[in-house]
Design a protein around this ligand. Structure first.
Ligand code: 13P
Length: 249
């Protein structure tokens, strides 16, 4: 049985003034029926993890470097995230693949670094609109997960997030059949590569314009084990609606 995960990706949003959202989440979900994770900007990880201590809310990073220390101005290592209180790290988000030219090989190296430091890697994949319209979605996603996931992935060290680029921040969401097709495909690929045990334990999140109003139907799709939420994770009220839908799924 895979435990459901509601993950919030704050992207480049949030300052100290946003930390109250964690208090609100803690209050609303003292004993949640799913896992709750917030990945704030790096500047907030330490304060947020201190604020979340003793609660069910977990804190993660949005990226890490593949090396542990060294001359990489502006970068953060997996060990530093861990030191700041993070338990998870998002890797290979489409915004980083686009803005920072991250390849599958780079994402894979980052996932290995995260695992070495005991962080759960949330590895992202997803197609552009052009790729979808060209009928290449499954081939593209298949290549991304083959190249971005290291060997030895299990349900405890890895989560996969499917985020169609055209659905991110646009209010456009694939049909439930389209989401189901990709999630079933990813599940089959994971089972083929990691075996039925690990392959069936790795959680698959859907991401892209998940809101309180559409969350329940998305969570009803087979092989959707939760969501990776951008805009609707910034306010505890909105994110709480998504968490509640997941608890009831
Ligand atoms: P939105 O929920 O704002 O569409 O963002 C999704 C996302 O990119 C989460 O990583």
């Amino acid at each position: 049985m895979r435990r459901k995960l509601a993950a919030g990706n704050w992207k480049m949003n949030g300052t100290a003034a946003s930390l109250g959202e964690i208090d609100a989440l803690k209050q609303a979900f003292p004993a949640p029926g799913c896992e709750i994770l917030i990945c704030p900007p790096a500047t907030l990880i330490h304060r947020m993890s201190e604020r979340a201590t003793g609660s069910a809310v977990m804190v993660g990073g949005q990226d890490c470097h593949w090396q542990e220390t060294g001359a990489h101005t502006g970068d953060i290592s997996a060990g530093m995230l861990k030191d700041a209180g993070a338990s998870h790290v998002i890797l290979g988000h489409s915004e980083r693949r686009a803005d920072h030219h991250e390849t599958d090989a780079i994402v894979r190296a980052k996932a290995e670094a995260a695992r070495a430091r005991g962080l759960v890697a949330i590895i992202c994949c997803g197609e552009s609109l052009e790729t979808r319209e060209g009928g290449e979605t499954l081939a593209h996603v298949g290549r991304q997960i083959a190249g971005s996931l290291p060997d030895g992935c299990t349900g405890t060290n890895t989560v996969v997030a499917y985020e169609p680029i055209w659905a991110i921040g646009t209010g456009k969401v694939p049909t439930l059949a389209e989401i189901g097709e990709v999630h079933d495909f990813i599940r089959a690929e994971l089972v083929a590569r990691f075996g039925p045990g690990a392959g069936n334990d790795i959680r698959l999140l859907y991401g892209g314009s998940v809101k309180p109003v559409n969350a329940a139907e998305i969570f009803g799709v087979a092989n959707v084990d939760g969501a990776l939420v951008g805009g609707a994770s910034l306010k505890a009220g909105d994110f709480g609606g998504i968490v509640a839908a997941l608890e009831n799924a």
